[in-house]
Design a binder for this molecule. Sequence first.
Ligand SMILES: Cc1ncc(COP(=O)(O)O)c(C=O)c1O
Length: 360
Amino acid sequence: MSLKPKESILKIQPYKAGLSKAKGLESVIKLSSNESPFGASSKAVEAYKQAADNLHRYPESSGLELREAIGEVYGLNPQKIVCGAGSDEIISFLCLAYAGEGDEVLYSEHGFLMYAIYAQTVGATPVKVPETGLATDVDAILSAVTDRTKIVFVANPNNPTGSFIPREEVGRLRGGLPDDVLLVLDAAYAEYVDDDEYMSGQDVVDFGSNTVMTRTFSKIYGLASLRIGWAYCPDAVVDVLNRVRGPFNISSAAIAAATAAVRDVEFVEKARQHNNTELKWLETEINQLGLEFCKSFGNFYMVKFPDREKSSHNAYKFLMEKGIITRKIDNYGLPEYLRITVGLKEDNQAVVKVLAEFVK
Ligand SMILES: Cc1ncc(COP(=O)(O)O)c(C=O)c1O
């Protein structure tokens, strides 16, 4: 008899990360993983370097220093915060704790792929719910709920579509879900959103006992390599996550850097303003090329290439040959689109210039 993993594991399509190299080119513009073009705050880098003096020590188990800093900056109770090695790890813990064989985990049609992957790792069935106009459809989610539904994941704003559902819709979703279904509001891109209708989810968490908001330091804070994220949770979920997570699931270096990063509010504001200015510029420029730009509230956008000859795959190749790495999103059910991260001003200008050559 040969060694066999659980059947559900072999059904998983492994996640393909964005590329960072282009064949034959020494330098590239990497716009494939929604990373910050500004890198990390210099204060975070300094804190990271200082952490090198204590590499022989285990980290403080609960990330207390970081939870307190997040609490101060976001106005949250640190006792309701749990840190993870990226928000990915928190998503995996939630699946582990709340779903299993025979259960269903709901997510929207073009939602972040890790929801389905982590649901499968615990033997649960991921259920893809249709979207309307490339956005989460609350009614469709509510009508997809069954007795077996255990978790609903909503990325708000969503990656890769860039759309978000407004606060009333989030409230309507929570109100319509059974109390024993966990709603996870994944607000990885919350810091970028500039819209009065938007709510990251902390109010919904406070309102009940069955909603969690997840956040990350990988995007606007520019700490993707350190793998650090957090969740704001009801007390009972904090207790559950603290049972599931390893005692040292986040490193001292990540705690130190993220603590300095979250306190550097000026740095974050600069990144937010840059992103929003650039998104507006890109929208105008890309529309002027006769291409459809999908309005986005994150640090990325989708461009549609409906033409067979001028397809998304050809555009991807063309951009790659010029050293610009973007992301194909066929695996999100969006083969006609490319997803492109907002870069520095000159990166975005380079994208527009190359796309202009492409459509010529
Ligand atoms: C919507 C969404 N959620 C979660 C994540 C995971 O982020 P991390 O694990 O780096 O915190 C990403 C990363 O791209 C994302 O786009």
